[in-house]
Design a protein around this ligand. Sequence first.
Ligand SMILES: [Zn+2]
Length: 120
Amino acid sequence: MLSIRHWKPLFIQHQPILICLSYLAPIEIHAITLGPIVFSRNKIGAVTKNHESIHFQQYLETLFIGFLLVYLWDWLMGLFKYRDGRKAYFSIRTEQEAYRHQQDLTYLQTGRRRWTWLKE
Ligand SMILES: [Zn+2]
């Protein structure tokens, strides 16, 4: 059996609803991870797939609800601090881990330690 660190989310591509969501969000959304499912606007590239797979691992280690609570908390704290939705988004600890390591396509298989985002 594959260890949990090798689990991957389910990728559902070509979802134009993300274009609508982007009008509400501080950044342009090309993909979003909701629990075990990743929705993407177009065909998903390797780097984005890696970014969203990092989020999936964060979801697993926080039993899903924890990810959403941390995400919301960090975003609100960022908004309070920066008064800027885009800066608030990039201040979210789980996003910082995902952006920092998205280019390293072996990160999830080899380098990642659990709860890394807590140290961001
Ligand atoms: Zn992200």
